[in-house]
Each structure stands twice: as C-alpha cells, then as structure tokens.
Design a protein around this ligand. Structure first.
Ligand SMILES: [Zn+2]
Length: 202
C-alpha cells in the first residue's frame, strides 16, 4: 500500500439490490471463466485477482465484485453495478450485494476516454506481464493499484501513447497487472488473447 499524501483509501457505498443484467452477466461469465482457466483471473495466497466490467450507461458499469477471483463461475450476486464514481475522493456508489473491486476506478478511467469503449478486463499473469512491459503502453512504476494517481495516469496515457490503438496496458507499478479493453467484452478478450498468443504465453 502506498503511504503518501496522494493516497486516499478507496470508499465504496453499497446500495443493496440485485444486478439486473442477466444476459450481459451470462456473456461476461463465459469469457471470465475462459480467462480463469488460463490463470489470468484466480486466487493467489488467499487473495483473489482479476476483474471484468461492461459499460451499462454513460457513467455506470457492471463489474465483478471484490474478492471473487477464486470462483471459477460467478453468479449474478457476484456482480455489482458502479452507478457513479469520483476520482478525487477515490470513491464509488454501487448497487449489488458485494462491494465493487478497489480497482473499479481503474476501469472507470478507461471508460472516461471514449464512449465507444464498452468493456474492460484486468488480469494478472507474471510472465505475460514481463514480456509486454516494455512493448505496450505502461502506467508509471510508482502508481500502485487502487490509487487515484493510477486512474489519472491511465487518462494521461491515452493522450501520450498509442493506447487507443493497442488497447492494452501493462501496469508497471502493479506487478503482473494487465488491462485490455474493447467495444464489447468479447473484443476486450480478443485483444488480451491476441497479445497472450503473440508473446508465446501458450
Ligand atoms: Zn490487479
């Protein structure tokens, strides 16, 4: 955890309620389980890693909940809709039964860039990450996960690199962390797996 003035603890206000995007959840789950089976989403040392999201309207998105990484197949209650977010306060308001991932603002930063971005995937994989680290747009080494700085770093990366074309980010300050995105969840998956195969991970 980063201890300095720039770090503000992630705050999630949860409104209890069922997420009502059954068809979307079905599609997300199919892709999420594919990624789980490749070890890109999972659990390590008791801590779940990896999360996926789809945009549900202009400023809201549906994301897998915190600490769901260890489950191979999620159910509806494992997803939560982020209704609004605030980068300055590192906070979100969400609807569901489980808190949103502390990496939700990282997803939000990607959605901020362009309204055509409809899905974001965040995974962890050590050797994949090492191979792409100096070859694709990367966030700064001192920007750790779940920080406001990381979200701002991603927004800046769209302006200073070819991220809009590559659609993949290596997170230099978040060891083994990778983000991909696309107009929908299957294209975000395709981008990720294109690099995965291109760099000979399997
Ligand atoms: Zn992560």
């Amino acid at each position: 955890m980063k201890i300095n003035d720039a770090y503000i603890k992630f705050d999630c206000t949860l409104i209890e309620g069922i997420a009502t995007f059954y068809d979307s959840i079905k599609e997300m789950n199919k892709i999420r389980t594919e990624l789980f089976d490749l070890g890109l989403i999972g659990i390590s040392g008791g801590i779940g890693y990896g999360n996926i999201s789809i945009r549900t309207s202009n400023d809201s998105f549906l994301i897998s909940g915190t600490q769901t990484g260890g489950k191979r197949i999620l159910d509806t209650r494992d997803y939560v809709e982020v209704l609004s977010y605030n980068f300055g306060e590192n906070s979100v308001i969400c609807k569901g039964f489980v808190n949103a991932s502390s990496e939700s603002l990282t997803h939000a930063a990607v959605y901020e860039y362009n309204e055509n971005i409809g899905a974001v995937i965040h995974v962890h994989h050590q050797s994949f990450w090492e191979k792409i680290l100096n070859k694709v747009p990367a966030t700064d080494i001192d920007n750790e996960f779940g920080t406001v700085d990381l979200a701002l770093n991603i927004i800046k990366l769209f302006e200073t690199s070819d991220l809009a074309e590559t659609r993949i980010i290596a997170m230099a300050g978040h060891s083994s962390g990778i983000i991909s995105f696309g107009e929908d969840i299957s294209s975000a998956r395709d981008v990720l797996l294109e690099y995965y195969h291109k760099f000979g991970i399997s």
